[in-house]
Design a protein around this ligand. Structure first.
Ligand code: GLN
Ligand code: ZN
Length: 761
């Protein structure tokens, strides 16, 4: 019985690659230094998997930046603005595409399916001269072989590559990216030929787009691509790997009928229907790579449960054709539990990071072959059992309260226009009120104070005084700038999810549980392991302190339940919506406490609501229903005179605008940085929006300071579509990453623009 791993994290157990990359980019170390760190990481990963006993070990899943960009390099599809003149693609061209350079901006980056990983979007058109320009896949295969490890080279499959691309600027809308298949396949053939010559006996093609909603034309592309590759692929085993969901029935038929393919990989964790599909018909004589170990989460596998699934699959495909695998690349989970020094023993026994998941895959394969490691299995059984009954996990009261929410509707009693009237009487704001999204610049000094307080090197009293001083500075600045609705600036927060997670029960935090987000950037998601509750108020102290410093309205600032959920590792022993409802109840308590403390405007950020959208259309409605419901739960109990704001990142809302309206917030501020057009077109098309809305009037992601005229122009454009009395004026996101030298003049111009337009109304 064989074992396989779809892919492995690249950053290293202590983010070694991140530091090596950043030091190279800063000119502090050489290309050779960077290559050495990378080679050492690859070598240790391969050797580790080999030592565990994994049979099919992946290579070419390492990337200096991104595996899709690696494919773009392999195909020589470098956009002309990077001035590449042919030859093997080196760091300068590669990193220019990824990050831009002094004269040219980077290529676009977008989310890899519904993960928090971002890839570099290929820009393709009819004029691209594809050529074999990066031999990385072959080089990595040979590198592993030289270390004594025979690997399965992994390539982003040709069809998924094209389906994930976008037409280059200036290319006609009618241009079909799939028409480029004929041009890229010859390069894939060259790569395959070289891999075979180097000794590869298996090649893995990742074709995850097969799990999306594809039309028959797109599906047909798979059939033609692999027919075309068939002769080159003879003499080597081919695995087509899918992940992140089940493959829809039609696509399953197409996939399993592909020519020249020896095995198929499926996600059995998120692919809830995969098992039935396989039971319904799997081609005889082909290998099934069964992804039973979750690559997207940090929980230890339920080995006994997995084993029974594997046994039922074995009955279908035969003993020698079943391969135990991960549900997807382990890129999306944390690297190694060994480095978690601060988690207690019990919690640790419930977890498995990438390194531990590799061991689980192997243990399952061995067990299937009749060599069950009894000690390993019984420890796993004990851990699973302790998690089930642990009082740290289950809180009866929370379970009951959350269960009671289902099915019922939670809405404020008064409609939004009447609420806005009541609020205006209390708040007395000018038209086009100005505000900001929450955070103000986080100085080195602030970070130091927080760090030292955490390490108990600074007393509570000193800490409170430092934060208070900072809030006071931010309040005074906003008053000077004459902003209408103030914020306290969030100086006490390191991160908008972690800050709340640390104060809620049911959350745990890792020291090294980093997951790559893009390039060298990583995030460290909290772990939600138990029922969530709020032992005591979380923000009331700081918000009331801030409110006491000014006569103007001070916004209470909270992170919403959906965002907390989407940016955490979520428990897998109950549906996501249940966990979300629990968080909603905790935030509801906080909202009500803020109201009691005299805070009349409360912002509940749902920055990540949009990004939790499922991969398939058929599942969207259900997600949006509970996500929006969770948001409404947080504030359904407040007075009409309490103004609820929400904030969202990403400007692509057109498809979910009705859900946004259904959130029933009094005011929404949204990221709108690069263009107003996309957003405003919804309203131009007649969607009625009666609540307050503040599409960001300038881009906070750039150090550029927008002029008053430019902001005034944007406000005027918005006024052509939106009623004067609902428009708010604000930047498009928090100011945390900016400097005061940028923030002050930008906000000054923003307020001036609002005032200018007020005089013209
Ligand atoms: N209130 C948060 C801030 O201003 C919102 C951040 C976000 O939307 N990502 O920093
Ligand atoms: Zn934002």
């Amino acid at each position: 019985m064989a074992s396989h791993v779809v892919g492995y994290p690249r950053m290293g157990p202590k983010r070694e690659l991140k530091f090596a990359l950043e030091s190279f980019w800063d000119g502090k170390s050489s290309a050779e230094d960077l290559k050495k760190v990378a080679a050492d990481l690859r070598s240790s990963i391969w050797k580790q998997m080999a030592a565990v006993g994994i049979k099919y070990i992946p290579s070419n899943t390492f990337a200096y930046y991104d595996q899709v960009l690696d494919t773009t390099a392999m195909l020589g599809a470098v956009p002309s603005r990077y001035g590449w003149n042919g030859g093997e693609i080196e760091f300068d061209t590669y990193f220019s595409m990824a990050r831009g350079n002094a004269s040219v901006p980077a290529m676009e980056m977008t989310k890899w399916f519904d993960t928090n990983y971002h890839f570099i979007v290929p820009e393709l058109g009819p004029d691209v001269n594809f050529c074999y320009a990066s031999h990385k896949a072959v080089d990595e295969y040979k590198e592993a072989k030289a270390l004594g490890v025979d690997t399965v080279p992994v390539l982003v499959g040709p069809v998924s590559y094209l389906l994930l691309s976008k037409p280059a600027k200036g290319v006609e809308k009618s241009f079909s990216l799939l028409s480029l298949l004929d041009k890229i396949l010859p390069i894939y053939k060259e790569v395959v030929t070289e891999l075979k010559a180097a000794g590869a006996s298996w090649i893995q093609f990742d074709e995850p787009t097969l799990v999306k909603d594809l039309d028959s034309h797109q599906l047909h592309a798979f059939t033609s691509a692999y027919s075309e590759l068939e002769s080159s692929l003879s003499g080597v085993n081919v695995l087509i790997e899918t992940y992140f969901a089940d493959v829809p029935a039609e696509a399953f038929k197409t996939l399993t009928s592909l020519k020249g393919v020896t095995g198929f990989g499926f996600d059995l964790i998120r692919g809830t229907k995969t098992l039935d599909l396989i039971k319904g018909g799997f081609p005889s004589g082909k290998y099934l790579f069964a992804g039973v170990v979750d690559g997207r989460n940090i929980w230890a596998n339920d080995l006994v449960g997995s084993l029974s699934i594997l046994q039922s699959l074995e009955a279908i495909v035969g003993k020698d054709k079943l391969v135990v695998s991960t549900s997807c690349s382990l890129l999306h989970t944390a690297v190694d539990l060994v480095n978690e020094t601060k988690l207690d023993k019990e919690l640790k026994s419930w977890l498995a990071f990438a390194a531990q998941k590799v061991v689980e895959v192997n243990a399952l394969a061995k067990a299937l072959a009749g060599h069950q490691d009894e000690a390993f299995f019984s420890a796993n059984v004990a851990a699973q059992a302790s998690r089930k009954v642990s009082p740290r996990v289950t809180n009866e009261a929370v379970q009951k309260a959350a269960a009671a929410l289902k099915g019922s509707d939670h809405r404020r009693v008064t409609n939004v226009s009447a609420r806005l009237d009541a609020q205006q009487k209390k708040l007395n704001l000018p038209v086009l009120p100005t505000t900001t999204i929450g955070s103000f610049p986080q100085t080195m000094e602030l970070r130091r104070v927080r760090r030292e307080y955490k390490a108990k090197k600074v007393s509570e009293e000193n800490y409170i005084n430092s934060i208070k001083e900072e809030i006071n500075k931010v309040v005074k600045l906003q008053e000077e700038l004459d902003i209408d609705v103030l914020v306290h600036g969030e100086p006490e927060r390191n991160d908008m999810v972690e800050y709340f997670g640390e104060q809620l029960s049911g959350f745990a935090f890792t020291v090294n549980g980093w997951v790559q987000s893009y390039g060298s950037r990583c995030v460290k998601p909290p772990i939600i392991y138990g029922d969530v509750s709020r032992p005591k108020p979380m923000t009331v102290f700081w918000s009331s302190m801030a409110q006491s410093m000014t006569a103007r309205p001070m916004k209470g600032m909270l992170t919403g339940p959906v965002t907390i959920l989407n940016w955490s590792f979520v428990r897998n022993d109950q549906p996501r919506f249940e966990t979300c409802y629990q968080i909603a109840l905790a935030i509801k308590d906080e909202v009500e406490d803020l109201e009691k403390a005299g805070i009349n405007v409360i912002q509940i950020d749902e920055a990540a609501l949009r990004e939790g959208l499922p991969l398939r259309k058929s599942e969207e409605a259900f997600y949006l229903e509970w996500a929006v419901h969770s948001f409404r739960i947080t504030n359904c109990g407040v007075l009409d005179t309490t103004q609820i704001h929400t904030h969202m990142c990403y400007s692509n809302f057109n498809d979910i605008i009705h859900s946004i309206i259904d959130m029933d917030a009094d005011v929404i501020t949204i990221e709108n940085s690069r263009s107003d057009e996309k957003l405003l077109s919804v309203f131009r098309e007649g969607v009625k929006y009666g609540a307050g809305i503040g599409p960001g009037v300038y881009d906070i992601h750039s150090p550029r300071i927008p002029s008053t005229d430019e902001i005034a122009d944007r406000i005027n454009k918005m006024l052509q579509v939106l009623e004067t009395n609902i428009l708010w004026v604000n930047p498009d996101c928090g100011l945390k990453t900016r400097k005061y030298t940028e923030v002050k003049p930008a906000l000054l111009n923003m307020v001036a623009a609002a005032k200018l337009i007020r005089t013209q109304l």
